[in-house]
Write a protein that binds this ligand. Sequence first.
Ligand SMILES: [Zn+2]
Length: 293
Amino acid sequence: MRTARRISTSINLHLVQQTQRHTRRFALPPLPAFTYRQTHTTAHEKILPSPSEQAFNETHPQTTTTTTSTSPRPKSTSSIMPVNAIDFPELQACLTSNAEWAARVSKDEPHFFEKSAKGQKPFLLWIGCADSRVPESVVLGRKPGEIFVHRNIANQYQAGDDSAQAVLEYAVGFLGVRHVAIVGHTACGGCAAAYMSKPEDAGNKETTTSLARFLQPLIDLRHSLPEGASMDDLIVENVKRGVVDVAKSEVIQKQWAKAAEEGSEPVYVHGWLKDLSTGLIKDLLCSQGPDKA
Ligand SMILES: [Zn+2]
């Protein structure tokens, strides 16, 4: 079995085991949707439903979110069971800390959320890894509204990835971000999977899972590196390749042409690396901008 497949199977098995543990621990009888708003009184309940939900409920009484209907669910959904997020202590803790955070922000900056709700003007598009240890706004010490984000396995930019393309298009074309940063990190699991793959895994077109398919370009990159290349070399090369590919993208090329024509500011593309052992981000000095000649 190919290494990438073994790893993806291992990841999937882990997720299945986690799900099974939760299911055993929190097994509940089928419940009508939204009943937790009636049956639980917690600090964050005060912020639900939102004004838009209230307005919707007032004009659509038959679909009110406080229904207690016990009508049976369709058989086609028998493998899916409604649960209450609030019954999971770890999620309850998240919602409680969210309410505390919102209160703290409002106290420090009374009109922050009011202004935030009116629109965003991020200056940076962060294309990073989905890894839980690299939360962009936290590690950069930025507030909500400053960084537009696309994160995926191993911070890859793939030209055929509609999700990444759409984010780039929107961030550059509509939001007008000034910078795009591809951000890798040490000990990246996606890069480790690619690094441990075998030479015969390069160019594999018979991948069967989304994870394996998404890792394939990284596996190909790994086997294009010189013999003796380390995993850190792969991590850095992945970022540098992303910078070049983003700079070559139609979105960036169009923006540069428009900026040159109008004499406005172009977008710049950068490559950064976060060291998980120190928390620090290093500039890989591979930034790209338009030719000024
Ligand atoms: Zn990663």
